[in-house]
Write a protein that binds this ligand. Structure first.
Ligand code: ADP
Ligand code: MG
Length: 360
């Protein structure tokens, strides 16, 4: 597959001290759905605006379909942007909103309307062409904004937090719809979000950003299963962290030794941090034995419908979360009570090892 977008060492320095984006290199393939993910202020929107041409990079080069567009204005890039607030014209009909940019491209009235109708069909709003934005729900307005963005079939669609204005239920539904829209139109989507679940469920590839830089770039499942740093392990999903030292073939924590499978390229005795997911952590049945068993005591049990989040305390006082699905036969007496001694275990291949002592 060919790269549709190539960023080479892109930086944006707003001032000597404010660095929005710091030396980002990234290649996006034609037709991919890539998401820029990270907390507020990490440079996602700045990077997206530079791809769209709304902001000029301080350093670096941007190529679109092989052409250097670093200094090309937005309207001459084959890229379109969907803004967070949709920016629809209230005095125009839905059809007019979508056809608006087409007249400037020299399309006649009829052709523009036909193209608008086609784009509306794509987002499932064919019957709303003559209504005004005010007559639509939030989700429908969002779809109109999407239709307007794809009507010219740009090579790349840029979406900055496109679902953030919608309520939770609608957001879930729009995630799926946008994924389907991406499949239907076949153009490259680059989306920005701070919501890890949104990023994981919608994208082919996720670029996790940290302070203007790329922390990790990969397929959702690779990021989840092999986070490159505690930052990523903590931002995507939940992770238990324990301070440890390299020891023999594994690590030694204050609560006991753990075998690990990850290659650890550090000398014996070196400070490391181990991480493991709550849903990969088990509470052993009475009498059961397993690798990496650590004695613990139940500290808190929280019911969240689908299952339980059990917080346990290890011998040294460190707290560890254990997520477990509720068997439908679970008797009330089987729910562990605070204070109960238990043994937890994590399989060696489910343990991440990071160099150094990490405060997350
Ligand atoms: P995100 O979209 O990830 O929340 P932004 O790209 O908006 O982050 O911002 C990245 C950093 O650049 C932040 O520290 C922000 O304050 C700063 N920044 C963004 N836009 C400007 C601007 N126009 N002028 C000065 N600083 C800016
Ligand atoms: Mg932003």
């Amino acid at each position: 597959m060919a790269a549709i977008i190539e960023l080479q060492g892109i930086s944006k320095h707003y001032s000597r001290t404010i660095i929005g984006v710091d030396n980002v290199s990234l290649s996006v393939e034609d037709g991919e759905f890539v998401t820029l993910l990270g907390p507020s202020g990490c440079g996602k929107s700045t990077l997206l605006r530079m791809i769209g041409g709304f902001e000029a990079p301080t350093h670096g080069k941007i190529r679109l379909a092989g052409q250097d567009v670093t200094h090309v204005p937005p309207y001459r890039r084959d890229v379109n942007m969907v803004f967070q607030d949709y920016a629809l014209f209230p005095h125009m009909t839905v059809g007019e909103n979508i056809a608006y940019g087409l007249k400037m491209l020299g399309k006649g009235r009829d052709e523009a309307r036909r193209m608008a109708a086609e784009a509306l069909e794509m987002v499932g709003l064919a019957d709303k062409i003559d209504q005004r934005p005010m007559q639509l729900s939030g989700g429908q307005r969002q779809r109109v904004a999407l239709a307007r963005a794809i009507v010219r079939r740009p090579k790349v669609l840029l979406l900055d937090e496109p679902l953030s204005a919608l309520d939770a239920r609608l957001r879930d539904q729009m995630r799926i719809e946008m994924k389907h829209l991406h499949e239907k139109v076949g153009i490259t989507f680059i989306m920005v979000t701070h919501d890890q679940e949104e990023a994981l469920t919608m994208s082919d590839r996720v670029v996790v950003m940290e302070k203007g830089r790329v922390a990790q770039d990969g397929r959702p499942q690779d990021l989840y299963d092999h986070p490159a740093s505690p930052y990523v392990a903590n931002f995507i999903g939940t992770t238990n962290f324990l301070a440890a030292r390299r020891s023999g073939a594994g690590v030694a924590t204050a609560a006991g030794p753990l075998q690990v499978e990850e290659a650890v390229d550090m000398p014996d005795g070196a400070e490391v941090t181990v991480g493991f997911r709550p849903e990969k952590t088990r509470i052993l049945a009475p009498g059961e034995t397993a690798a990496n068993a650590l004695p613990a005591r139940i500290a808190e049990v929280i019911y969240y419908g689908l299952g339980l989040r059990i917080t346990v305390e290890l011998a040294d006082g460190a707290q560890v979360h254990v997520d477990t699905l509720l068997p439908d036969t679970l008797a009330r007496s089987d729910v562990p009570r605070p204070g109960t001694p238990v043994t937890i275990a994590v399989e060696p291949h489910n343990i991440f090892v990071f160099p150094g002592k990490v405060v997350v």
